[in-house]
Design a protein around this ligand. Structure first.
Ligand code: BGC
Length: 266
């Protein structure tokens, strides 16, 4: 029995990495998926190819999640294609690293805009649709599910990445406040906080043997995560199996958050 059969899921930043992993995992469980991308059309096409190879169905949607008009256009296309929405995964995120004293204000703003405001905008659009529609019997126990993409850096400060860590700290509090406000509408809002997952966002670390080793030392479970690890968690959070889970964060990090010596990995 597919756990998300017939459900419609919109996943932002699904042209690579964690977003792609989630799109594939949800499609395998019977969801129809909206694959959002901003610049990487080729990547989005590859995600769609893999969704279809797994027997799923998807559409590609271009939008900058930090731009309200583009987000509105993306939702319109998604709803035109699928009629409704059940699952919103606000995943799109970027990193623009620099030490605090050297950080350019533009890079500060851009990361906050995509990683935090972008998740706010998409979640707000989705929540309004969930409320308009309400619970649909036989589809899901909830009127809708929002899954925010946070990071272990919502609780671990990260020297050299102040904009990114701040955005994820914000995502955690945004998620909890949304959950409080939306629970009586039968909407569930949760977050996933990945640790080190092998994706293009941290390609620089994978390419560098020394940095890779340093990173591994920060992970008590002694392996780097895969997009599939996050995909499986997202499926569970979107399914009725987690129906009483609301307003919480799941750390998918091989115990990284418990490593006492974490001061950063570049
Ligand atoms: C970042 C990765 C990093 C990991 C652990 C994630 O949020 O995107 O680049 O390896 O945190 O530090």
């Amino acid at each position: 029995m597919q756990r998300l059969k017939g459900q419609k899921a919109l996943i932002t930043g699904a042209s690579s990495g964690i977003g792609r992993g989630i799109a594939i995992a949800m499609a395998k469980e019977g969801a129809q998926v909206g694959i959002n991308y901003y610049k990487n059309l080729e990547g989005a096409e590859e995600t769609l190819k893999q969704v279809e190879a797994n027997g799923g169905e998807g559409i590609i949607l271009q939008a900058n999640v930090g731009d309200p008009e583009e987000v509105e256009g993306m939702f319109k296309k998604f709803l035109d294609a699928f009629g409704t929405i059940d699952i919103m995964v606000t995943n799109a995120g970027i990193q623009k690293d620099a030490p605090f004293l050297e950080m350019d204000f533009k890079d500060w703003q851009q990361v906050l805009n995509i990683n935090l405001s972008g998740q706010f905008l998409c979640a707000q659009f989705a929540a309004k649709e969930f409320i308009k529609r309400g619970v649909v019997k036989d589809r899901s126990k909830a009127a809708g599910k929002i899954i925010c993409m946070s990071s272990v850096h919502d609780i671990i400060p990260w020297a050299g990445h102040i904009n990114y860590a701040t955005s994820k700290g914000g995502v955690m509090m945004m998620m909890k406040t949304m959950a409080q406000e939306l629970a009586h509408h039968k909407i569930r809002v949760n977050a996933i906080s990945p640790g080190a997952i092998k994706t293009p966002i941290n390609e620089e670390v994978w390419q560098n043997e020394e940095k890779r080793k340093e990173l591994l030392e920060l992970i008590p479970y002694q392996r780097i995560g895969k997009p599939k690890d996050i995909g499986n968690t997202a499926v569970w959070l979107a399914s009725d199996e987690s129906d009483y889970v609301n307003g919480t964060t799941i750390y998918v990090d091989g115990c990284m958050t418990l490593y006492p010596g974490f001061i950063g990995n570049g």
